[in-house]
Structure formats: C-alpha cells, structure tokens
Design a protein around this ligand. Structure first.
Ligand SMILES: C[S@@+](CC[C@H](N)C(=O)[O-])C[C@H]1O[C@@H](n2cnc3c(N)ncnc32)[C@H](O)[C@@H]1O
Length: 217
C-alpha cells in the first residue's frame, strides 16, 4: 500500500508508547500503515459518517488487521476509551476540528497531531488556551497542494498574535518554504486587486513586508 506524502508526513509524529485515536479516519490508510510498520501495536479509529467508517473497515479487513484496529461510529471524541492519550485529526477544517476538541475528554490527551485544511490561527489559539503548547510545525506540499502539520503537547506556553497566526516554530526556524508559499499566495491576491483599492493593497503590502522579514536571509 502506498501512502500519500501528506498522510506519510503524519506517521513520524507517532511513537510506540502512544495510545492513539484517529478521529475522522475515513479510509483508515494511515492507521493501516502505522500498524503494518509496527509504529504502534494498536489503534482506535472513528468516523461520524457510516459510509466513511465502512470504507475504513473494509480496508482493515483486507489487511487482516481487525484485531489491531478498533473502530467506532462516533462524533469526535464522544466514545474514545480512557486509555487514549494521543489524537490524530487530519483532512478537516478548523471549525470542525475545534468542535471535535471542545469536549471534556480533551483532558486525557497529551499529544495532538493535527493537519487542518485551513485557519491554523484558530486551532493554535483554541489549543494553546487549553493547556497545550506547540512542539513542532511542518509545511509540506503534496500534488501541488499545501499542508501544515502542527503537533501540540500537554503543557503551558504563551504566544503572541503573530506566533498564533504564522506559527511559533515556523517563525523561530525561519521556514523559508512556508513563508515563500505565503508570499506567493499574497502576491496572487494582490495582483487581482484594482489599484484604486488603496487601503486593501496597503494592508497586503504590509503583510508581504513582514513575511519577507520572517524569512531567513
Ligand atoms: C476528508 S476526510 C479525511 C480522512 C483522513 N483523516 C485523511 O486525512 O485523509 C474527513 C473525515 O472526517 C470525518 N468527520 C467529519 N466530522 C467529524 C466528526 N465530528 N467526528 C468524526 N469524524 C468526522 C468525515 O466523515 C470524513 O470521513
């Protein structure tokens, strides 16, 4: 089974001792990879959509892994067992992810491996005000689509608005790939804005200046 670059990039954050639940597992391809490569001995997967979960279950059966992967039809964390301490949530938007995490069971979680489709500011803000800090950030492109992985660990840290928006690790490590991507996006937007929209153009140009400053020289 060949895993996409996007899903493969998540696997390295999982450690053998982690008690993992993959929320919104769909096809369960990442989970099958984690078990087949002995990255974890056991995993819990769940999806709110019966058809999506069934796709996962039939893949699990195909790989004879029904004794190593438990499946749940559930909304978010609602049925996770009390041993779970690590969550993988990928391929969803920030508002769905925050809805899933707005649950008292978040208290039992020590590590979150998140790959959101959008609005990383909201996720960083949500989790860092709930006793998590950001331990790693990664920017990847797969099939010309950008993806961001953020790893949150239990613990406290305070972050500026700039760090919440652009990522404390991206900023501290001057992640040129990420900032070059943002600069491309902003330039594309700027090119579509008429010259008469002076204030909008001014704001974008200001952000472009900042993004260029955040890059490693
Ligand atoms: C686009 S798929 C992503 C699948 C996989 N995680 C990945 O990254 O390829 C999103 C999945 O999340 C599920 N989902 C959406 N909201 C959910 C929720 N509140 N609880 C559990 N699963 C959810 C959807 O049913 C869908 O199967």
């Amino acid at each position: 089974m060949k895993l996409s670059k996007r899903l493969l990039s998540l696997a390295k954050y999982v450690e053998y001792e982690d008690h993992v639940a993959d929320i919104g597992c769909d096809h369960a391809l990442l989970d099958i990879y984690l078990i087949n490569n002995n990255i974890v001995p056991h995993i819990l997967i769940s999806d709110v959509n019966e058809n999506a979960l069934n796709a996962g279950i039939s893949n699990i059966k195909r790989f004879n892994l029904t004794d190593r992967i438990d499946t749940l039809l559930a909304f978010g964390l609602e049925k996770i067992t009390s041993d779970i301490d690590t969550l993988i949530i990928s391929g969803m938007g920030a508002s769905t992810i925050c809805k899933i995490l707005d649950d008292s069971r978040l208290l039992q979680i020590h590590k979150l491996i998140i790959q959101s489709n959008n609005d990383h500011f909201t996720i960083r803000k949500f989790l860092t005000t709930r006793n998590f800090y950001i331990s790693e950030e990664e920017f990847i492109e797969d099939n010309n689509k950008p993806y961001i992985n953020i790893i949150f660990m239990k613990g406290n840290a305070s972050y500026s608005m700039r760090e919440l928006k652009y990522g404390p690790i991206f900023i501290n490590s001057h992640n040129n790939n990420y900032f070059d991507y943002l600069i491309r996006v902003k330039n594309n937007i700027l090119n579509k804005i008429p010259k008469s929209k002076v204030i909008v153009r001014f704001k974008i140009n200001k952000e472009l200046k900042l993004l260029n400053k955040l890059k490693k020289k």
